[in-house]
Design a protein around this ligand. Sequence first.
Ligand code: GAL
Length: 376
Amino acid sequence: MYLSRRRLLYGTAGVAATSLAGCSAGEETTELTGFTGISMPTKTSERWDIEGAALEKQLTDFGYQAILEYGDDDPEKQVEQIQGMVDQGVEFLIIAAIDNRSLGEVLASAKDNGVYIISYDRLILDTPDVDYYASFDNYQVGVLQAEHILQRLNVEEESGPFNVELFSGASDDSNSQYFFQGGLDTLERYTYDGTIRILSGQTEQGETSTERWSGAVAMERMTGLMEDYYEDERLDAVLCPYDGISRGVIYALEDWGLTPGSDDFPVITGQDAEALSIQLIRDGEGQTQTVFKDTRDLAGVASGMVKTIVGGSEPEVNDLGTYDNGFKFVPAFLLEPVSIDESNWQEELVDSEYLTEEEIDDAVEPQAEEYDPPRN
Ligand code: GAL
């Protein structure tokens, strides 16, 4: 009842945009000004820092007012910040959720105020109040990571068996399941035929997950895995879903006595093309791959959605049937991720001006404080 009442009042974003463009005399005609609240999860992951700033700049370049806030990986703080934005009268919210199931109530209040809600990179679940989803093909991210492992282990020529361990991301981030599933599906054939073994037997998302995407949490789990399963066995690869986790795993393996870059060091995947991980890939220092998601493009998609709606039209989407948030398939615009290793980092990242050589040279651990003692 409650749901349909709000739907009747405000409709979906598309309907609202259409009626805005075509309203007749006597109807309320509040002009949208583009006032947008940008709610980002944390500054400890490089990308959100870059993207928050990029979104703010793009929106202000359009002449719109914008508020940018970071939730410090604290779901309650993010809810408060979003409510504060609604209270200040934003017309749009661009949200990268910390806990994708914690926003239902605050988004209901936003919708009651007619706010358009764009779920940014991470799908917000269990609420009807998400209008659009701007992201990358998250399943493909996991496919690219697993393909790198298969290629480095040369599974088409070598029968192994190779020992691989799996890490997944934060369990309250809906992206984690897509990354993990893409990886699992790609490795599956080789685990069935025995080419790949997972000695820990830990293949479920729950047991492989990494709270808050924290490298320190990953480091602890990796150390435990080495102690429990690899005293006398060689570890050939670790499926890591994000660069911060990859480095936590590398630190654990270093402490275990393995030398990054040596033949004994496992293949390590990643995601986000963080400067420090690119340094490791470039210098052969442990990490061998990452997935580059050009966040400039993603910020452009989300700010472009705002601009299109302000202009009275419906934003372009390219996926209507993949991202079920528990209430509906959220109309999505998905970008393509790119696999990066030592052969293409320069062309993809430096030549495209995503990172400079100096940033790569000077990179330090962005999650330094999460470690005890802090890294760097
Ligand atoms: C995910 C995101 C990844 C990575 C990770 C940790 O939601 O899609 O690109 O940034 O969070 O921040």
